[in-house]
Design a protein around this ligand. Structure first.
Ligand code: 9MR
Length: 342
């Protein structure tokens, strides 16, 4: 049957209305919420997360920035002086590009997860060569691909002094400045970050030592763009909001950004509703402060208890992430979403 113009017009209007109703009723993903807020909300991933259809969908539906939990550490990326293990990183970079996600790089200079050829370094010249070569090689290959990079990680120990790492022993304290300068030269577009744990509060031994180190770098003209607070927290310890905000402010005053880079909140087992409520309060305080202070990004160190690093490191602790063992969202997830929707 030939439709008259008026019938065709009505059909078009009808289709338009149904489509609009359908789209407005379709549940918004967390991803669309954070995108619309211009907020970078991310997670640490393993290679398998990108390959498994369910896991990768969960990532795409929730996050707009990713970091490799392990594969960019030198133990994996450069296991020998001559072998580079690029394929997993290439896959991560491709996945992020295909899904319009940003990437954090983690990490070049650390005391942990180094290959034997680095742990066995004893000569300053040789160590300098490995350090500068590694940074240049990686940032040349992935030029323009990373939003931020943890150039150095955990360089201060728990007593607030420079850690006695392989880099410190072979090169001396100037290894930090050298690493940042090398990174800037290799890729001027990536934000260069100094990352650490227990550095989030002003007025603590480690927090103040970290600040003084960074201030010294800024004063010397070292190309550092921001600092990372890892924020591996305990449900039983409420966030000291004043000390966290005072710390963020003093880094801002140096002209730097602040990123929350490895957020998780572990619970002393067994889990009880009270402990979960305390955990939720810690996550909520961190996320509220992150939004209020407009920090650079908020990255979870894992999304599900199924793949968590916590039980293997802290015996008797667990349930640290917003998705449970079956990758189902916990009540905590809903509460984070509410804060992000505001
Ligand atoms: O989550 C990572 C775990 O799988 C590794 O076994 C561990 C080795 O030290 O490193 C974990 O990630 C760490 C991160 O790279 C730096 N900050 C502390 C994280 C938790 O230990």
């Amino acid at each position: 049957m030939i439709q008259r113009p008026i019938q065709r017009g009505l059909l078009l209007v009808g289709t338009f209305i149904s489509l609009t109703v359908f789209l407005s009723c379709a549940p918004r993903t967390m991803r669309s919420v954070v995108d619309s807020r211009g907020f970078l909300f991310g997670v640490a991933v393993r290679p398998g997360d990108l390959l498994d259809p369910k896991d990768s969908k969960l990532l795409k539906d929730n996050f707009n920035i990713l970091v490799a939990e392990n594969i960019m550490k030198l133990q994996y990326l450069r296991p020998t002086a001559t072998f580079w293990n690029w394929s997993d990183v290439d896959n991560l970079v491709r996945f992020a590009e295909e899904n319009r996600m940003k990437l954090r790089g983690h990490t070049f200079v650390w005391h942990n997860q180094n290959p034997p050829f680095i742990n066995n370094l004893s000569d300053k010249e040789a160590a300098l060569k490995v350090l500068t070569e590694t940074i240049t090689e990686v940032l040349t290959r992935y030029k323009g691909k990373f939003y931020e990079y943890d150039v150095c990680n955990e360089v201060i120990d728990d007593n607030g002094v420079l850690r006695n790492s392989i880099w410190m022993r072979t090169i001396g304290p100037e290894y930090i400045d050298i690493a940042f300068k090398t990174a800037r030269q290799a890729d001027p577009s990536v934000k260069l970050i100094l990352n650490d744990y227990n550095n989030e509060y002003a007025g603590t031994v480690k927090g103040d030592a970290f600040y003084n180190l960074v201030k010294g770098m800024v004063d010397r003209g070292v190309p550092i763009d921001g600092v990372g607070f890892q924020l591996h927290m305990l449900a039983e310890l409420p966030v000291n909001k004043e000390a966290l905000q005072a710390n963020i402010k003093r880094f801002r005053d140096l002209g730097l950004t602040v990123s929350f880079t490895e957020v998780d909140v572990r619970i002393k087992l067994p889990v009880t509703p009270e402990k979960e409520a305390a955990q939720q309060a810690v996550y909520e305080d961190l996320l509220r402060i992150a939004r209020e202070e407009n920090i650079s990004c908020f990255v979870l160190w894992g999304y599900t208890d199924a793949y968590s690093w916590i039980p293997g490191t802290f015996a008797g602790y667990g349930s640290a992430h917003p998705f449970d063992q079956n990758k189902q969202p916990k009540k905590l997830y809903g509460s984070l979403r509410k804060i992000l929707e505001k």
